[in-house]
Design a protein. Structure first.
Length: 394
């Protein structure tokens, strides 16, 4: 039976709104790496402290994820998204006026809270409104997240050069929040999607499969957050300009966009996602090895491999979580748990890489560590046999 709310608000309009909202979920972090050299020239920051600009918002995303569904139950999906976009927009715009590392870090944490509220809501919204196209719609949603990162990473240095201010290069992305806010505000108000069917609140803390999914998501996202934070500074240290390093990060995130669109469509042909996951992890391993052994030669190939691998792994990690449960409300609770724990794990990677850089003088050991993590994830993939999903969760 067709959901009456879907007919009242056409699916295309809803999906457009989701895409515009998703574009806001990474610029607050993605714009920092390409501008870090200029920021450090104005505000004293060690690499360890600079890592907090990525680590703390990701950690805030993890913590806030546990409250996101509860907030959307109380406010409804429209007001939850509006509140989140307002938080992201204010946090981003405030960077025009900051003068210290503490203020910059606070703006990053605030943006992370706004991001988490949206990311807790979107998987259950998609599972509920697009039950027959979950993989495709999750692909569009996650791809839009990465597109936002690509836009910010590519153009933040150009904005800085044209305006002479790194603060404007960070703050200009509040315009994306304004555009998404206007479109979402025009959509009819509805009750929260997770309130359609009364469901007992469920805890996944004692479920070993939920923890496996969360750790898998967290380790995969660790590669994303670390590359987002440190790829551009790594190439600046190799002698590249901020503009070229930013464009390289933008190229990587553009590859993530392509993979985020194509991979879920390919994976949608079978409920067994293991082969796809192993190919994606192989691409990431090859990318990190190339980044370490030959950063200046074939310098577009390594970000390409990393982008294709990371871009597909992010949505596939969430899709595998959604696969475990048919009920949209329970699936939404599981993905909130997976993202909450996962982001807490992923948030540590930029800090650890920054500490490694400060202690050893190079990011290479950070890349080697992530390569080892990807090998570990290859072993974890073997556990994701869809024939046994019901036994592990129910």
């Amino acid at each position: 039976m067709q959901n009456p709310r879907t007919t009242a608000r056409p699916a295309v309009w809803l999906m457009l709104g989701i895409i515009l909202v998703a574009l806001n979920l990474r610029p607050s972090m993605a714009a920092i790496g390409p501008l870090l050299s200029a920021i450090r020239g104005d505000i004293p920051l060690s690499f360890s402290i600079a890592s907090l600009l990525t680590m703390l918002p990701v950690m805030a995303m993890g913590l806030a994820m546990f409250f996101g569904i509860g907030i959307s139950q109380r406010l409804g999906e429209q007001r939850t998204v509006v509140l989140s976009l307002l938080i992201i927009g204010v946090a981003t715009l405030s960077r025009l006026f900051l003068d210290s590392a503490a203020e910059l870090i606070f703006s990053a944490i605030l943006a992370g809270v706004g991001i988490a509220l949206i990311q807790a809501l979107m998987p259950v919204l998609i599972k509920s409104r697009f039950p027959n196209h979950v993989a495709l719609c999750m692909g569009l949603y996650v791809t839009s997240i990465m597109a936002g990162a690509a836009i910010a990473a590519s153009f933040a240095p150009l904005v800085m050069v044209s305006t002479g201010s790194w603060r404007i290069g960070l703050a200009i992305w509040a315009a994306l929040a304004l555009i998404a806010l206007l479109l979402w505000w025009l959509q009819p108000s509805t009750a929260p999607v997770i309130a359609n069917i009364p469901v007992k609140k469920e805890s996944f803390l004692r479920n070993s499969r939920a923890w496996l999914l969360a750790i898998f998501f967290g380790l995969g996202t660790a590669s994303y957050t670390c590359v987002l934070a440190w790829l551009a500074p790594y190439y600046v240290e190799q002698g590249w300009s901020e503009q070229h390093a930013g464009l390289l990060l933008g190229f990587l995130t553009a590859m993530e966009v392509i993979s985020g669109l194509v991979t879920p469509a390919i994976a949608n042909r079978s409920r067994d996602r293991r082969k796809v996951l192993m190919v994606l992890l192989g691409l990431i391993i090859a990318g990190f090895c190339g980044l370490i052994l030959s950063p200046q030669h074939l310098s577009l190939l390594w970000p390409c491999l990393l982008g294709l691998g990371i871009g597909g792994l992010f949505p596939m990690s969430l899709i595998v979580s959604l696969d475990h449960l048919d009920n949209p409300q329970r699936a939404g609770g599981l993905t909130a748990f997976v993202q909450g724990i996962g982001y807490l794990i992923a948030g540590l990677s930029p800090l650890l890489a920054g500490v490694i850089r400060d202690r050893l003088g190079s990011f290479e050991w950070a890349w080697w560590s992530l390569t080892a993590v990807m090998v570990l994830m290859l072993l974890m993939v073997l556990r994701f046999d869809p024939r046994h999903y019901a036994r592990h969760i129910n």
